[in-house]
Design a protein around this ligand. Structure first.
Ligand code: GRF
Length: 196
């Protein structure tokens, strides 16, 4: 069966991009990352894409100051030209406009470092610790125009320990992210391919 042509959006480190790329080495994997888009020319994840021989494109925020829609239109054009079917946001630090989300309805996933609906937005690990939670984790969800609020696909939990710091907790959650995202993207790719 042909694989779902996927683009990963990044802004930084790219460790989730790396885990998605590692997982696609399995011949059974239903997605194939063929493009990486970054809105930050300095993103370390661009080197990861290069190491895997994956095409990347940079649409720096600085080129599109105050005009997010023209940035997204340029990205949309490239995605369409490359016959991209699914988009996986992996640490993409710019909120997409409703216009873009509409173009790609039910075809954009995101990974978020909390057990949504708890802690949408930033500083999730610190907020979970401050709230005295005993569990924390990560969520893969569909992207809608409301921040971190789309339908949840999969979640993974970790325990919070009394000596945790935001950094320690972030490291444990990240290990779960690296397992969860490939699973979730694979499920969506399988479903997408069954429909198309
Ligand atoms: C991850 O914690 C992810 O959940 C969040 O941004 C971070 C990206 O990390 N959305 P990386 O760039 O994949 O290493």
């Amino acid at each position: 069966m042909p694989k779902a042509r996927t683009c990963v959006f990044i802004s930084g480190r790219g460790s989730n991009l790396n885990s998605l790329l590692q997982a696609q080495q399995d011949s059974q994997c239903a997605y194939e990352i063929v493009l990486v888009i970054s809105n930050n020319a300095e993103a370390a994840g661009l080197q990861i894409a290069q190491n895997y021989g994956i095409q990347s494109a940079i649409f720096p925020n600085s080129w599109y100051k105050g005009n997010k829609q023209s940035q997204e239109k340029a990205m949309h054009l490239l995605l369409s030209e490359m016959n991209i079917e699914l988009i996986a946001l992996a640490g993409y630090m710019r909120i997409l406009t409703p216009w873009f989300v509409d173009q790609w309805e039910n075809r954009i996933l995101n990974i978020h470092p909390s057990l949504l609906p708890l802690y949408p937005g930033l500083n999730t690990h610190k907020r979970a610790l401050e709230a005295g939670d005993s569990k924390h984790g990560c969520t893969v969800h569909y992207v809608t125009s409301e921040l971190d609020a789309g339908t949840i696909l999969l979640q993974a939990k970790v325990s919070i320990y009394s000596d945790d710091t935001p950094d320690k907790l972030a490291d444990r959650v990240l290990m779960e992210e690296h397992k969860l995202y490939p699973q979730a993207l694979n499920l969506v790719a399988l479903e997408w391919k069954a429909r198309t």
